[in-house]
Design a binder for this molecule. Sequence first.
Ligand code: EZ4
Ligand code: CO
Length: 403
Amino acid sequence: MAKIRSARVIVCSPGRNFVTLKIETEDGLTGLGDATLNGRELSVASYLTDHVIPCLIGRDAHQIEDIWQYLYRGAYWRRGPVTMSAIAAVDTALWDIKGKVAGLPVYQLLGGACREGVMVYGHANGATVEETVAEAMKYKAEGYKAIRLQSGVPGLASTYGVSKDKKFYEPADADLPTENVWSTPKYMRSVPELFAKAREALGWDVHLLHDVHHRLTPIEAGRLGKDLEPYRPFWLEDAVAAENQAGFRTIRQHTTTPLAVGEVFNTIWDAKQLIEEQLIDYIRMTVVHGGGITHLRRVASLADLNHVRTGCHGATDLSPVCMAAALHFDISVPNFGVQEYMLHTKETDKVFPHAYTFKDGMLHPGEAPGLGVEIDEDLAAKYPYRRAYLPVNRLEDGSMTNW
Ligand code: EZ4
Ligand code: CO
C-alpha cells in the first residue's frame, strides 16, 4: 500500500505553457504526470484540481488500473481531450511512483527493453525547399536516422511546421489565434519537389517524413501519396482529419505511401476502425493525450494485431515528463515504429531535469527509478502561465478550414 497523501497541479511557462500533476504518497514518494493540452491548459488544470484530485486522496497509488477505470468509467461523461489528458497525468504519475518504489525505471515494469534505443525523427524546416534541405543536411550530420521535412509553399505567407526559430517550433504563438491562409493546389505542387530535392541531397539511407496537418480530402491525400511514392517516404502524417475513419479507405486504395495518424486522438475508440481495417501504418497517439501509459499500451496491443506500429507525437507542447513516459513505452513495446523528437528550450530542460539522453539518432530513457524526470518548482514559479493559442486557418476566399 502506498497511500496518496496529496496531489497538486503546477502550471508554468518556461518558453511555452506546461501543466504538470504531482502526486505524493504518505511515505513521501512523488510521481509526475504531464497534463498539457496546447491552448487549453487551464481547462485540464481545473479538471484535475476541481474534480480528480479530491477523489485520489487516500487511494493506493499501486492500483494503477483500478484508478484508471475509476476516473474513466466513474466520470460518466467519457473521453474527450480534457478528460483524457487529466486521466493520463494521474496514470503517468502513478507509474512514476511504482517505479520509484520498485527501484526500477518504468520500462522494466513494462516488460523490459526490447530494443537498444528509440529511433527519433528531427524537424527540418525552411521558407524554401533549398533552406529545408540545408536544415535536413544538418540533422543528418548530427546522426539522425529520420527527418521530417516541412517547407514554405510559394504563394502562401505562412504554413504549418515552418518557423523563424528553426529548432524550437512553437505554433501557439499569440494570445489570440493568428490567422493563416491555405491553398491546397499550391501545397500539392510544392511537396513532391521538396522530396525530390531532399533525396538528391540526402541519399536513400535516411528516413524522410512529412506532416500534412489535416489539410487534405481523402482523394487529394491519395494523389499526394502517389506523387511521393518515388521518394519512398517513411510516412505521410495526418493527411486527412480523421473524425470519419472510413475516409482513409479512399487514401489506401490509391497509394502505397505509409500513413500515420492520431496525435489528436484521445482513446482507442478514435483509432479502432483505422487499426482494425488496417487503413494506417503508424498510430500517433502519445501518453499525455492518449489516456496515459495504461491506455496507450492497450492501443499498441490492438495495433500490433493489425500490422500497425507506434509513432508517438513528440512536439514541444508535450513536456519532458511526457517525453520520458513515451520513451519508457517506446523501448518496451514490441511494435514500436519511431518517436517524434523536437528539442525543448534550455529553460524547459532546466525546469524539468531528466535522465533521457540522445545518441546516434536514438533516445534512451535512462536507468533512474521511475520515469527519471523531476520538476524544479522554484524555477518553475519564475515562469508564470501566459495565454497562448494555436493558429486558425482559412482558404484564400476566407472560408475556415483545418489548421
Ligand atoms: O501541431 O503539437 O507532429 N506534430 C504536430 C505538432 C502539433 C502541435 C499542436 O499542439 O503536428 O506540431
Ligand atoms: Co503532426
